[in-house]
Ligand binder design. Structure first.
Ligand code: NAD
Length: 368
């Protein structure tokens, strides 16, 4: 009886200690959040795209709605106009500040930084791989000049930190295809890849020469359900889900056995914010970090989808994007990101597939 009483007492003491610990942690987290909100004002350029729409939402959760300014070339967020793609409460304009801003307009960016006391910029405006091949001059101009504008403003110490994404497109036919290392042969043969490689060299240059705190990730192909993809070679891995949900046949523009590195958007957003929030001294690579994601082929993703939608059908009709894909790695080695800032992937193909299908099913019910 006495033993039972002592045990019960210990149990309640344990519970009490745990509750106090929980309360202290909540207060610390709350204070950190307030501190972050007080210190940082973030500008996202190219915020209406596939990455920006989700990144802005995530940043606003951390830094507060009014401290994250979304901007894009459009006078209004296009998602507001096109009702077929409205995603309730998740469009970047509806939640907080949004401004029309051309990534090539250096003077206006300067004014926005000054007026709003911007401390960090996420530069996402770009033309993606497939679209770039259709408009080579504009792609080169947009992808390179937008970055050099912001690097020059950062050199003047107008902002504290810059994030700019690179891509697996920086690799080429002469790069080792399997477990592509961080440092390797890089001879891209697409305008997108060339512009991203040039951008990486500029980032490292401005960091070494002017101490600009620029941070970058070589994103693999990104998969998300909230927005449509923006014209890349890995877009098939998003479009395939939409067709499957609508019980339509999907015609893949890549061969069935084309393995490419991919990443689910929640992982990509988390990686981006983790890299931006890590201490400066942890960021050892100032060109751009390899991130592996998960590698799979169109056939493998179709098989995974069939486990949820058994009548799903796929056919293959490679187009010009097959040639681009052929020049990219099949898998990536990201141990530098793991060592330097503790990167860990969460979503494998199985988890991506079930999450995409669950969310898209809900989205199509909402929008039809
Ligand atoms: P996206 O095409 O979906 O979005 C780009 C956004 O930039 C669009 O909203 C567009 O309106 C905007 N934009 C275009 N020109 C502009 C200009 N002059 N000024 C301001 N905004 C302009 O692209 P995304 O998928 O969101 O990609 C974001 C970044 O991530 C890009 O740098 C891209 O190269 C990189 N990336 C993306 C992927 C991917 O799979 N999505 C993979 C690797 C790298």
């Amino acid at each position: 009886m006495k033993t039972l009483f002592i045990l019960q007492r210990y149990k309640s003491v344990d519970f009490f200690a745990l509750a106090i610990k929980h309360i202290i942690w909540s207060i610390i987290l709350y204070l950190c959040k307030i501190e972050n909100q007080l210190k940082e004002v973030i500008l996202v350029i190219g915020a209406s795209g596939q990455v920006g729409s989700e990144l802005v939402t995530a940043l606003r959760k951390i830094y507060g709605e009014t401290n994250v300014i979304a901007s894009d070339i459009h006078s209004v967020n296009p998602k507001v106009r096109d009702h077929s793609t409205i995603i309730h409460s998740e469009n970047v304009e509806a939640e907080g500040p949004y401004i029309e801003l051309n990534a090539l307009d250096k003077n206006k960016i300067y004014d926005v930084i000054k007026k709003n006391k911007i401390t960090q910029i996420y530069l996402l405006a770009a033309m993606l791989s497939a679209k770039s091949e259709e408009n080579v001059e504009l792609a080169w101009r947009l992808n390179t000049l937008s970055l050099s504008n912001i690097l020059q403003l950062a050199e003047q110490k107008l902002i504290k930190k810059l994030f700019w994404p690179s891509s697996i497109a920086v690799f080429g036919h002469t790069t080792p295809k399997i477990l592509t290392p961080q440092y390797t042969i890089m001879e891209p043969n697409t305008v997108y890849g060339i512009s991203k490689l040039a951008g990486e060299r500029w980032c490292e240059y401005y960091n070494k020469k002017y101490n600009v705190d620029v941070r970058s990730i070589r994103y693999p192909g990104l998969i998300g359900w909230r927005t449509d993809p923006g014209g890349g070679t890995t877009d098939y891995a998003v479009k395939i889900f939409h067709k499957a949900i609508l019980h339509e046949k999907y015609e893949s523009f890549l061969n069935e056995d084309t393995a490419l590195p991919m990443m689910y958007m929640p992982d990509a957003i988390r990686a981006t914010i983790e890299l931006m929030e890590t201490q400066q001294e942890n960021v050892k690579i100032r060109s751009s970090y390899n991130l592996a994601g998960i590698s799979f082929t169109p056939k493998q993703i179709a098989t995974e989808i069939s486990k949820h939608i058994p009548n799903f059908e796929i056919s293959y009709k490679p187009d010009f994007r097959q040639e681009i894909a052929n020049s990219w790695p099949s898998s990536i080695d990201d141990k530098n990101a793991q060592y330097d800032w503790g990167w860990r992937l969460e979503y494998n193909l199985e988890k991506i597939t079930s999450d995409m299908i669950k969310n898209l099913e809900e989205r199509y019910i909402v929008t039809t």
